[in-house]
Design a protein around this ligand. Structure first.
Ligand code: ZN
Length: 230
């Protein structure tokens, strides 16, 4: 496939895309470039250097002398070419999965460091497989708007929820039957009801836990003291 020329005056693209094409054509993987070269390639474009660094969010590996001591100040190395951002399809696909470090932190905080799907917190063991603890990751979810447009928004999911179908592939029927048979009688009756209904209902335990979780920290402490936990 022939790449568009980075300096083609007819090329309608932003600085990040032109910068990516420039890197591939003029620097090449393993090559070194300087801020001055970027300025010369994109005269009058403010923050062209920063736009080129944005390529890191698309899997491009660009080292400065803080990553690689053999580089001089102002020198950068194109270690690896990432997603072909000049290809709008590749870019759209990447937008679903690539997220900047800053966005990842903001999303984790906004989601209270919990999986938005199952509510598990990072490092917490899964109730259904206690030997496995949750690893949270931020992924983009396509959200359909009422006006018919759609948007991609970051969302915190645990690894299992993110894998979704993969988890179903590894479903262990025997283990599940054993787990159900090992439940105490109250829970067994409950799960049988849910299975007949095809959906679960909130148990008194769930309701108590949810209400507890919504309590302010001070009230939580009071409850814990009352129950002799803390
Ligand atoms: Zn989850």
């Amino acid at each position: 496939m022939t790449l568009p020329r980075w300096d083609d005056p007819a090329l309608k693209a932003g600085t990040m895309i032109k910068g990516a094409l420039w890197l591939v054509a003029e620097v090449g993987e393993g090559g070194i470039f300087t801020k001055e070269q970027v300025r010369q390639a994109f005269p009058g474009v403010s923050q062209a250097d920063r736009r080129i660094r944005d390529l890191r969010d698309y899997g491009w590996v660009i080292h400065t002398n803080t990553d690689d001591a053999s580089l001089g100040p102002g020198e950068q190395r194109l270690v690896k070419v990432g997603i072909p951002v000049w290809d709008s399809n590749a870019r759209r696909e990447a937008a679903i999965t690539t997220i900047s470090a800053k966005q990842r932190q903001a999303t984790l905080a906004a989601d209270n460091y919990q999986c938005a799907n199952c509510g598990i917190a990072g490092g917490e063991p899964y109730p259904e497989s206690p030997h496995q603890t949750a690893v949270l990751s931020v992924t983009k979810r396509r959200v359909a708007r009422p006006d018919g447009t759609d948007t991609e928004q970051p969302l915190t999911l645990c690894k299992l929820c993110r894998a979704g179908t993969e988890r179903l592939d590894h479903a262990d029927l025997g283990q599940l039957l054993a787990d159900i048979r090992n439940l105490d009688q109250v829970d067994q009756d409950r799960i049988r009801r849910w299975m007949r209904r095809g959906r679960r209902g909130a148990t008194p335990l769930d309701r108590a836990w949810t209400a507890y979780r919504r309590m302010p920290a001070e009230a939580k402490e009071e409850i814990a003291r009352d129950l002799g936990i803390a």
